[in-house]
Design a protein around this ligand. Structure first.
Ligand SMILES: [Zn+2]
Length: 220
């Protein structure tokens, strides 16, 4: 009797074990909260029981701040389309999570006909987000439109940053909490908390202090 009880209690764990050992890659689940236009919570299902409820930052798009009317519009749009919906996630295999521990992903919605709709693209097409192409993840937003981004799409390209991701503003900065140094116009500099920003006189100055060049903005 006792052995039977033990067997019954460990059986579900045995059945789940292939899922438990799966490496994070693709996932699916239900949207349980919409924080703003480009940040959602997803309850992961049938994938990896360790993951559970995760925060997802939509890759390569940027919605207006929630303190603005456009930010609220964008959040309302995402809420109407996504909240309670079943979504598939293409998780970024290059970076995984961003520095706020949000999983970076392209979010796909299952349509009535069984095909998938790319919600990151829907946000841009509907005017609720700009494209912000981070070069450090696996995604290239151009692929969402078969390599031709419509001219009407909003592009968020930081001043001085060209297509190859480098920028020409000469000043160099870093963060006290990392070992990378950047051009001050690099997209990653916006993510450094103001209290942590340090300035360098030259590349040599940065290197002497143990810093290495950012691969996105490629300072000398
Ligand atoms: Zn940089």
């Amino acid at each position: 009797m006792r052995n039977e009880i033990i067997l019954i209690s460990i059986l579900p764990a045995l059945l789940l074990s292939p899922l438990v050992f799966a490496a994070p890659g693709e996932a699916y689940g239900i949207v349980t909260n919409v924080v703003d236009g480009d940040t959602i919570h997803v309850q992961i299902q049938g994938y990896d029981s360790r993951i559970g409820n995760i925060t997802v930052r939509l890759a390569d798009v940027d919605s207006p701040e929630m303190s603005t009317p456009k930010g609220l519009d964008s959040r309302n749009y995402a809420y109407q389309v996504l909240n309670g919906s079943f979504v598939s996630l293409d998780l970024d295999d290059d970076t995984g999570k961003d520095r706020y521990c949000r999983w970076v992903a392209v979010v796909f919605l299952q349509k009535q006909d069984g095909t998938l709709a790319n919600f990151n693209r829907m946000l841009v097409d509907s005017g609720h987000a700009c494209i912000w192409d981070f070069k450090n993840n696996e995604f290239d937003p151009a692929t969402w439109w078969n390599w031709t981004i419509p001219s009407t799409a909003c592009r968020k390209d930081s001043p001085g940053i060209n297509d190859s991701g480098s920028c020409s503003d000469g000043s160099l900065v870093g963060s006290t909490s990392s070992r990378k140094y950047h051009y001050s116009c690099c997209q990653w500099v916006k993510e450094i908390s103001p209290g942590n920003v340090i300035k360098f006189n030259s590349s040599q100055d940065a290197r002497n202090q143990g810093y290495v060049p950012c691969k996105v903005c490629s300072p000398p």
